[in-house]
Design a protein around this ligand. Structure first.
Ligand code: ADP
Length: 454
């Protein structure tokens, strides 16, 4: 938890927020341009491929017609000679829609038959040639004019197609990018509003589509939930700490004031200063404990989770209190022990176990015993501290986990009333739970339960 200056430093000024608006506009424009360029590029590729395919299939068709004619004429020539060929060509020329040019050359390259002599222009014709058995050559030509005409019209309409493609691309690009950046706009407007007002209870309503933007919106809302929870936790923690520290600080001030108001007396001053030091120490210990509790309760306590066995934590905590227990003539020992692996912050769990043993030793008179069990039950790792001490009155039992609560019979014993609150906060921060059973005059049983490591 830090003071207010951290917050001021992280709030952007109005100019940088305005810049963000510009950027989202520019992003839309860039997206539209990319979309348009891509659309135009691919449409052009499609048109070009269509043009090339049409042109080559028209050429192929002409070639096939010429080859079939050549075959046909060669057969007629072989069977009936030049006269029969001339008659066939003549008859075909009258009925056929397509004009075909036919030329027969004798061995000396003299044209002996020529149909459509006036149109015989090899540069405007697709010509096929085949040699006949008697050494003559037959040539069939087909005008490329019709084919060129189709392709010319195709090219002429390209201008119109280009214009339509650009128009469709621009409109489509604009409409699509607008609808694509709409949810982003809503997100950034919510963020801007939160920055401007400092309110974290604002949420962005998600769209109907199950897409990436919607996922981002849901994640953003979940992040706001988390931030809001943390901010509230921090606020509550700050309120609690300031409230809880007020009493000891007022007492500290009162002691000093009393000493100053009385007649000057060195001994009295000494006593007042010693009291102040003691009280200040108490306040410092209290402050640390309160901060730990608040951190754990609000979910910001850093937990260094590692795999270990609860038995290790129990043994270390027992060792810590061995001497105190001996001095108090108490038996402090291990009871039921079974492996209980957990994935947790070793130091914090040891601290929780130590707090329970500290209480058990504190509230058990000489001659009594404190036993620490470790086992697993239904997938939970259990650490139990049993004592034969004074016990807790049924009316007090529900309140012992509260911050600063101290039992009536415990007031004379040292303590701040924060030990059990810290235990509860630490264990719950690990996803565990705590429980206490007690019979006044007979003893108490405190149980910590943590998820067992699989
Ligand atoms: P503190 O021990 O400083 O008073 P805790 O939060 O540790 O504060 O405990 C709260 C209260 O719960 C104690 O004041 C005491 O009344 C009661 N308590 C806790 N542990 C035991 C115990 N083992 N036996 C009897 N009473 C206990």
């Amino acid at each position: 938890m830090s003071s207010g200056d951290g917050r001021t430093g992280s709030v952007p000024d109005a100019a940088s927020v305005a810049n963000l608006t510009d950027r989202s506009g520019r992003f839309g424009l860039r997206l539209a341009m990319w979309y348009t360029a891509l659309f135009i590029g691919s449409a052009f590729a499609v048109v070009l491929i269509t043009y090339l395919l049409t042109s080559s299939s028209l050429a192929q068709r002409d070639h096939e017609i010429i080859q079939s004619k050549l075959g046909e004429y060669a057969t007629v020539y072989a069977q009936g000679g030049l006269r029969a060929l001339a008659a066939t060509v003549d008859a075909e020329q009258r009925t056929s829609r397509e004009r075909v040019f036919v030329r027969v050359l004798d061995g000396g390259s003299e044209a002996v038959l020529l149909s459509n002599a006036e149109g015989w222009d090899p540069s405007a014709l697709e010509v096929g040639t085949t040699a006949l058995l008697d050494g003559a050559i037959i040539q069939v030509g087909k005008s490329t004019e019709a084919r060129s005409d189709i392709l010319r019209r195709f090219r002429a309409s390209l201008g119109l197609i280009t214009l339509s493609i650009i128009l469709i691309a621009l409109t489509g690009g604009w409409v699509l990018t607008q609808s694509a950046i709409q949810p982003i706009r809503r997100l950034s407007s919510a963020v801007r509003h939160i920055i401007a007002t400092g309110r974290t209870d604002e949420r962005v309503s998600p769209g109907a589509d199950d897409d990436a933007i919607n996922e981002l919106t849901l994640l953003f809302n979940a992040m706001l939930d988390r931030i809001e929870g943390l901010v509230q936790g921090m606020r509550g923690a700050l309120d609690n700490v300031s409230h809880d520290l007020r009493t000891p600080l007022t007492r500290l001030r009162g002691n000093s004031e009393l000493a100053l108001a009385a007649e000057p007396d060195l001994e009295r001053y000494r006593e007042a200063l010693a009291d102040s030091i003691e009280e200040t120490d108490r306040v410092l210990v209290m402050l640390n404990a309160l901060m730990d509790i608040s951190e754990a309760e609000s979910g910001v306590m850093p937990l260094k989770r590692e795999p270990f066995d609860l038995n290790e934590a129990a043994d270390r905590a027992i060792e810590l209190y061995r001497e105190v227990a001996d001095t108090k003539e108490l038996v402090l020992k291990s009871g039921v022990r079974r492996p209980a692996p957990v994935l947790a912050d070793r130091v914090r769990i040891e601290q929780a176990a130590a707090n329970l043993i500290d209480n058990a030793v504190k509230y058990t008179p000489a001659g009594g015993s404190v036993v620490v069990d470790v086992e697993t039950l239904d997938g939970r790792a259990i650490l139990r501290v049993r004592d034969t001490g004074q016990g807790i009155a049924a009316s007090e039992l529900p309140r012992i986990w509260e911050r600063l609560f101290r039992g009536d019979r415990s007031r004379t014993t040292r303590g701040l009333g924060l030990g059990l609150s810290l235990v509860k906060a630490i264990i719950e921060a690990h996803g565990g739970s705590v429980n206490a059973d007690s019979e006044p005059g007979k003893g108490s049983v405190f149980t910590l339960s943590l998820p067992q490591q699989a």
